[in-house]
Design a binder for this molecule. Structure first.
Ligand SMILES: Cc1cc2nc3c(=O)[nH]c(=O)nc-3n(C[C@H](O)[C@H](O)[C@H](O)COP(=O)(O)OP(=O)(O)OC[C@H]3O[C@@H](n4cnc5c(N)ncnc54)[C@H](O)[C@@H]3O)c2cc1C
Length: 376
């Protein structure tokens, strides 16, 4: 049943409560537009607090400790980490639709399509963390040939920092839960078979970001593919270091701030035009302030094309290339596959597979049944 809207009151509270929730996390990491923009000038403005924008903001602060950074996001706080860790909460991804059929209102609470393309698409998740809150299961490293066309500075940085980024974004350690006896048997067999497949350049164990070592198997890394926990942590550190003085703060996150256009002069952005909770705002930025477009690949390109088109911009846009296929392999084809599972690596699910053996573990969560790990 629809609820009455909350009516803004004259008095102010530190943390707001609704009928069902206390907005503590939102208040602890985010600031209102007025709070953020009246605090002083910024050295960098990051547009978008998805996986890329959130990580970028944290990184700017690390490399330039004196920099003042403002992160703007069109969405608001939905959850603080990956949805898959939170059970069946009803936070769904809508079905892909033709952008021309976009109803123009949020689907599944936060999803919308801000462009008019000719392929079906689920759209963008307008929430802090962006799509990374919902998606991200695997992330193989880019190869040297993948990176060949990237800027030299990026290549050089990744050469020494790739492992750190993978670790901080939950990409590694990978598959410590699901890489078991079956994968150990499959990998050499597939590698041997691959030698006869033209065009296949390599075989790797799937670098899935599913972890299970602690506290129980089956959990994803808490920062799995989402930099939102990193950004929240950086903001809380900044709040503590500044003794809660906004003018001393160096990292702000302003939600419900949808960037509409960037106004430029001589190729340099001087004003950011936004829709902030339904009101048109203009944020003048200081000369030298860096503006980072991190509103997802297509939306960032759309914004740039709208604000300062260049002849090559948008000509080589690529998003998400992956092909999945399923194969069935007879158990007899894997003679070295052990018949029994290793007890410490079992997982948990609602029901055990009928007729199979089950594993027990002292870490079994209350109310959950151990799954079958393998059947002999
Ligand atoms: C079906 C599917 C499966 C995927 N699986 C994987 C996978 O297994 N592994 C993997 O690595 N990746 C995967 N991805 C890709 C991954 O989800 C994205 O590449 C990544 O989350 C993109 O992060 P981002 O920060 O660039 O963009 P987003 O996550 O889209 O974040 C953009 C942010 O910008 C904000 N924003 C948008 N427009 C504006 C605006 N105008 N003004 C202000 N703020 C704005 C949004 O609210 C959002 O918070 C998958 C994607 C899909 C669609």
């Amino acid at each position: 049943m629809p609820l009455p809207r909350l009516v803004p009151a004259e008095d102010h509270v530190a943390v707001q409560s609704t009928s069902f929730a206390t907005d503590a996390l939102g208040r602890f990491v985010a600031n209102t537009w007025e709070e953020a923009t009246s605090s002083g000038l910024f050295s960098a403005v990051v547009i978008g607090a998805g996986a890329y924008g959130a990580y970028c903001a944290v990184q700017i602060r690390r490399v330039h400790p004196d920099a003042r950074v403002l992160v703007l996001d069109a969405g608001s706080l939905l959850v603080g980490e990956h949805v898959q860790n939170l059970g069946a909460m009803g936070l769904n991804v809508p079905s892909p639709i033709m952008p021309s059929a976009d109803p123009g209102t949020a689907r599944e609470l936060v999803w919308g399509i801000p462009w008019r393309g000719n392929v079906e698409f689920p759209g963008l998740a307008y929430c802090l963390g962006g799509k990374s809150i919902y998606w991200g299961g695997w992330c193989p490293r880019l190869t040297a040939s993948d990176l060949a066309a990237w800027p030299a500075a990026t290549r050089a940085w990744l050469a020494t920092h790739y492992s750190l980024v993978e670790s901080e974004t939950g990409v590694v350690p990978a598959t410590d839960f699901i890489f078991g006896d079956l994968q150990a048997a499959l990998l050499p067999a597939v590698t041997a078979a691959a030698a006869g497949v033209p065009g296949l350049t390599g075989v790797e164990a799937l670098p899935l970001a599913v972890q299970g070592a602690a506290p129980v198997s089956g959990l994803f890394s808490f920062d799995k593919y989402s930099s939102l926990p990193l950004l929240a942590d950086a903001i809380r550190r900044d709040v503590r270091a500044s003794h809660r003085s906004d003018t001393a703060r160096k990292l702000f996150l302003a939600p419900r701030a949808h960037v509409v256009a960037l106004h430029t002069s001589g190729g340099t952005v001087h004003t950011i035009e936004l829709d902030v909770a339904g009101a048109r705002k203009f944020l003048g930025i200081a000369p030298g302030c860096q503006v980072v477009l991190a509103a997802s690949a297509i939306e960032s390109t759309r914004l740039a094309l709208h604000s300062f088109p260049t002849p090559l911009m948008g000509r080589n846009l690529m998003a998400h290339v992956r092909t999945d296929f399923a194969v069935r392999i007879a158990r007899s084809a894997l003679p070295s596959s052990p018949a029994r599972c290793r007890p410490p690596r079992c997982s948990y699910a609602a029901r055990p597979r009928p007729g199979g053996s089950t594993c027990s573990s002292p870490r079994q969560p209350a109310g959950r049944t151990p799954t079958t790990c393998c059947s002999a």
